[in-house]
Design a protein around this ligand. Structure first.
Ligand SMILES: [Zn+2]
Length: 430
């Protein structure tokens, strides 16, 4: 273990409570205002975090509203898709019945064609008979062959009837042809328009399905955003809880300072009365180490664990290492690096079993973090003494190999670890 040198910026005239000798009322008053300054800093941070929490909550309810809207649109699209499916089925049924109509018409056409064929034959025969007999001459022969006037009238009527019948047959022939053509046109038009209807409906349904797929994608993305917002919210709430814990720790430190101040004032008054000079209290130098537990150093800080320094503070590849690593093959005790109040003691996915301690030294708040422990021996709110065992070295959380990850923050611990400082030269290390 290296000999440590305490190099605090502020002279060590004031202690946390009355552990350290030598007091000055003026410095203590200053340290109280400094602690209050720290309280304000934390309060500002909490205000910021809380407004961010509000923003996140608004964002989450906004995302939830958006999801509800998209869900409504999806329901509407589902209805439209069902509707278009029904219409497609109806139209297909119509298409089938039209095809049946065409078959029926085809049958009728055959009948009409047959009739026309027969009439053509009849008319051709008659035309041939006109030709063979010299046309109308035949009729005149018929008339001339009359034996009496009434016979003539009968024969004339018969001729007219035959001629009218020929005319009627021709007209019927034309009408049949026309009817056939009209029916054919109608059915063709019908078939085309029904087929177009089916195609249009199928296109519409495709569009609806595309829209629905897009909406489902949008919904998934909103859900994802909401999950991320929830995670962000949890981080913020955790940060706020930590800051609140630090606030109460500092509040405790202020009380301790005030008590120390009162005691110092009383002692100064007593000393003045006696007109005796007092010596400043000395501290014992680093006690004997058992080999597993570090000896307690004099001064404010002591070594948090026995072992070797396996990684220093600063950039480590692409990663910023905001602490120092002390490794040991044995599961050695971890001790509090200074007097303080435990502000958090919990199992973190990254830090593993970890403890945060808030310290107040000359009105300056420091926060120490002890990570990856196998066991935690103190809980949140516990008041700990410098060198007091708080846990056992381990390999929990995001850790490779048994070690203590130790952080020193000059100020509160924050998510961005902006107050982290290199403990070398402040905290005794191996
Ligand atoms: Zn580390």
């Amino acid at each position: 273990m290296k000999k440590s040198v305490i190099t605090l910026a502020v002279s060590a005239t004031v202690g946390f409570g009355t552990i350290f000798g030598g007091t000055s009322v003026i410095t203590e008053a200053a340290s109280i205002s400094s602690l209050k300054g720290e309280q304000n800093k934390i309060q500002n941070q909490r205000s910021n975090i809380n407004s961010t929490i509000n923003q996140k909550n608004n964002q989450i309810s906004d995302l939830q509203n958006q999801q509800a809207n998209v869900q409504d649109e999806i329901t509407r699209l589902d209805d439209a898709i069902t509707d278009s499916t029904n219409k497609i089925n109806e139209t297909n049924a119509k298409l089938e019945s039209t095809k049946e109509d065409i078959m029926k018409l085809q049958g009728e056409m055959e009948v009409i064609k047959d009739r026309i064929e027969k009439r053509n034959v009849l008319l051709k025969d008659r035309a041939r008979s006109y030709q063979d007999t010299g046309g109308m001459v035949n009729y005149i022969d018929v008339l001339m062959g009359a034996t009496s006037f009434s016979d003539f009238v009968d024969r004339a009527n018969a001729v007219v009837t035959i001629m009218e019948a020929d005319q009627a047959i021709l007209k019927e022939h034309e009408a049949d042809k026309k009817e056939l053509e009209t029916k054919q046109e109608q059915v063709k038009t019908n078939l085309v328009s029904i087929q177009k209807m089916v195609t249009d409906l199928q296109t519409l349904q495709q569009q609806l399905n595309v829209q629905k797929a897009e909406k489902n994608k949008a919904l998934a993305s909103l859900k994802q955003q909401e999950n991320e917002a929830h995670e962000g919210l949890m981080d913020l709430q955790e940060q706020d809880a930590l800051l609140a814990a630090q606030q109460s720790a500092i509040q405790q430190a202020i009380k301790n300072e005030q008590a120390a101040q009162a005691k110092a004032a009383a002692e100064a008054a007593a000393a003045a009365k006696k007109a005796a000079s007092s010596n400043s209290g000395g501290s014992s130098s680093g006690g004997a180490s058992s080999g597993a537990t570090p000896g307690v150093s004099s001064g404010y800080w002591t070594q948090p664990a026995v072992g070797y320094l396996s990684s220093g503070f600063g950039q480590r590849g692409s990663e910023r290492h905001v602490g120092v690593d002390i490794a040991n093959r044995s599961a050695v005790p971890i001790v509090a690096a200074a007097d303080g109040v435990v502000i958090r003691s919990y199992l973190s996915s990254s830090y593993g079993n970890c403890i945060f301690i808030s310290h107040s030294i000359n009105g300056q708040v420091y926060t120490t973090v002890y990570a990856h422990m196998s066991t935690r021996l103190v809980g949140s709110g516990a008041v700990v003494k410098k060198g007091q065992q708080i846990g056992v070295m381990g390999n929990t959380g995001d850790s490779t190999g048994q070690h203590l990850h130790f952080e020193l923050h000059k100020g509160p611990w924050t998510q961005d670890k902006r107050y982290a400082i290199n403990p070398v030269g402040i905290v005794p290390l191996p």
